[in-house]
Design a protein around this ligand. Structure first.
Ligand code: NDP
Length: 485
């Protein structure tokens, strides 16, 4: 039976387009609630878009444990081979507005919510294993330079490269971004990386630093610079379309999940800090260990309800999985939930896509607030009360935890020439793939040819430190594209 058309208080409306007025063509009446209510609701359809990661696509699926990992992590959802946990993943670009092209040269967000029996775990990853900054106070500055010039409201090659060359710890991420991996062919054909170091612990109380990798079972497929430019015009939503249609056809994309581990002793000896988000852990020194599979096999039924309102935070974690002291991660623990409180309201975890499936959310002092729709814990006291005892579930604590010592002081983690070693290693890796060194130089040259000569000179120097051949090839092509008189 077809639903009965009603207004927002449920009253049946016999004729939706008959607006109340004087006679046939006289002025409208304010008493026409049907008209006023529908216009007022329409006026409020937009919520604040995310300041970063505004354009995105999402899907449901499951995570399955494929290999025993209980010696590293005691989280319940990992405790048995074959165990499945429902997930929701949202992919995104970073810098563009919500209607911007999916083919933009930009890192891609890869955030997954695991609806576990111990609460929701959010793994808020990217498709690159490193990032542009390692000091969170730089984040707003950095993002502004990748967005629009405050005067012209245009993307601006000068401010883009001015920031990056002034902050050389960006060189590793910039080298990846300007390789063809900066323009993935689809969300299915890219990897996801934790980037940050996290801490996992087992039930014996031993803990490990970890880096997590989701490697695409579809393989890596990228667009070259010109294909990405053409795609941005021809189909700005190509990655959304690809994900939705492939899942609808039954071609569920999947990723094999690996973890690299380090003990505290190994971390002390590593030639880089494990809290430095601009560095990877070389595969040869820290082998990848398989533990699971992520499969996305179900499209959301409603984009706004499920994808736009999805709210991820690295602070949403479960027993035996903790953040490390990586300062960018520490800041994200605050910033993500802060954004959702602004964007969706203080009760954003009551929205179905964000709701834990445990049915065990019971935090009696967190009450009221805008859009409280889950019964607000009824008559239960709104404080912890001895007259209403609660169970406090224990899980094993880790022994031999990190001990921090030092004076409370401002510290700027300044860049050194060390920043160029890992991007230099990547440049050599690119030689194994057809055209990839050439495309990297070309992709930078096309972008930087729009900048002023003094900024271009800084870019040539920056990439010469990654590799002298790369710097020289970028210079040659840039000067051909934007000759100096
Ligand atoms: P390996 O030779 O063991 O690994 C090289 C890795 O490079 C590949 O496994 C692949 O990672 C990745 N890769 C290939 N093409 C690109 C590209 N265009 N952009 C980014 N990554 C690419 O060497 P190492 O582990 O010693 O690392 C060497 C360099 O490889 C690093 O400096 C880093 O830039 C890059 N890399 C390293 C990763 C790591 O965790 N060790 C992860 C990703 C990149 P994948 O298998 O993940 O696709």
């Amino acid at each position: 039976m077809a639903p009965v058309y009603t207004n927002s208080n449920g009253c049946p409306i016999p004729e939706p387009f008959a607006t109340q007025r004087i006679g046939k063509h006289g002025p409208l009446l304010l008493q026409d609630f049907n008209l006023i209510d529908s216009l007022a609701h329409f006026d409020r359809e937009r919520i604040p878009e995310r300041v970063v990661h505004a354009k995105g696509s999402g899907a449901y699926g499951y995570f399955e444990v494929t290999d025993d990992i209980t010696d590293v992590c005691g989280a319940a959802f990992l405790d048995t081979i074959g165990k499945r946990t429902k997930v929701f993943t949202r992919f995104s670009t970073v810098g563009g507005e919500s209607g911007s092209p999916d083919a933009a040269r930009d890192p891609r967000g890869f955030a997954t919510k695991f609806y576990t029996e111990e609460g929701n775990l959010d793994l808020v990853y990217n498709n690159t294993p490193v990032f542009f900054i390692r000091d969170p106070s730089k984040f707003p500055h950095f993002i502004h330079t990748q967005k629009r010039n405050p005067e012209t409201h245009l993307k601006d090659a000068n401010m883009f490269w001015d920031y990056l060359t002034s902050n050389p710890e960006s060189a590793h991420q910039v080298t990846i971004l300007f390789s063809d991996r900066g323009t993935p062919a689809s969300y299915r054909e890219m990897n996801g990386y934790s980037g940050h170091t996290y801490k996992w612990s087992n039930k014996k109380g031993e803990w490990f630093y970890v880096q997590v990798h989701f490697i695409s079972d579809q393989g890596i497929k990228t667009l070259n610079n010109e294909e990405a430019g053409a795609m941005s015009g021809a189909n700005p939503d190509h990655a959304q379309e690809d994900l939705f249609k492939e899942i609808a056809k039954g071609n569920a994309p999947s990723w094999t999940c690996y973890v690299q581990t380090m003990t505290a002793e190994q971390a002390k000896k590593a030639p880089f800090s494990v809290f430095d988000l601009t560095k990877v852990w070389p595969h040869a020194d820290y082998p990848m260990r398989r533990f699971g599979k992520l499969v996305l096999n179900e499209n959301p039924k409603n984009y706004f309800a499920e994808v736009e309102q999805a709210a991820f935070s690295p602070a949403h974690t479960v027993p035996h999985m903790e953040p490390s002291a990586d300062p960018v991660l520490q800041s994200r623990l605050f910033s993500y939930a802060d954004t959702h409180r602004h964007r969706l309201g203080t009760n954003y975890t009551q929205i179905p896509v964000n709701c834990p499936v445990t049915g065990r959310v019971f935090n009696p002092h967190m009450r009221d607030g805008g859009m409280n729709v889950n019964g607000n814990l009824g008559a239960h006291p709104n404080y912890l009360a001895t007259s209403h005892p609660l169970e406090f579930k224990q899980f094993s604590l880790q022994e031999d935890q990190e001990v921090w010592e030092g004076s409370a002081c401002p510290f700027h983690w300044k860049a050194t020439d060390d920043e160029f070693k890992q991007p230099g290693a990547l440049y050599k890796v690119l030689a194994k793939y057809p055209n990839q060194q050439k495309n990297l130089a070309h992709n930078v040259a096309v972008h930087v040819s729009a900048a002023d000569p003094h900024i271009q000179d800084r870019v040539f120097e920056y990439f010469s430190k990654v590799d002298p051949e790369l710097g020289s090839n970028i210079k040659k092509e840039t000067l051909q594209l934007s000759p100096r008189n």
